[in-house]
Design a protein around this ligand. Structure first.
Ligand code: ZN
Ligand code: ZN
Length: 120
């Protein structure tokens, strides 16, 4: 399993970071630590099948509950498959614009009802 290797590697790295920065850690180190923890949590949710994000790397705002799903899940990819682009989170829309789409369906922002491409 490629993913579990990454998770193992990630936990070792975050453990080292925690040990290394136990005393005085700068803001950047703290932030990196938090972000790597967050990414690990998202990878876990992906493995459980409740984080179906449409971009690679996955969005974080859905996990944090800043969008439609409040239990640390993301179903942007399902929304794209159903053509409900207005339910795809802003972070993913931005990612799609940057060409990060990893959905099996084409990420077509134009099909959304409430969304117009910014640079049009
Ligand atoms: Zn997504
Ligand atoms: Zn999202």
């Amino acid at each position: 399993m490629k993913l579990s290797k990454y998770i193992l590697l990630g936990s070792i790295i975050s453990l080292l970071i925690i040990i290394g920065c136990k005393k005085q850690s700068s803001f950047e180190e703290k932030r990196d630590d938090v972000l790597s923890e967050l990414n690990l949590a998202i990878e876990n949710a992906e493995e459980q099948g409740k984080y179906k994000c449409c971009i690679e790397p996955a969005c974080t705002m859905c996990y944090l509950g800043h969008w439609l799903w409040k239990d640390g899940s993301c179903y942007c990819d399902d929304m794209i498959k159903e053509g409900k682009m207005d339910k795809v989170c802003p972070e993913c829309k931005k990612g799609i614009e940057e060409g990060l789409c990893s959905s099996t369906e084409p990420c077509d922002l134009e099909s959304g009802e409430n969304f117009r491409a910014i640079d049009e």
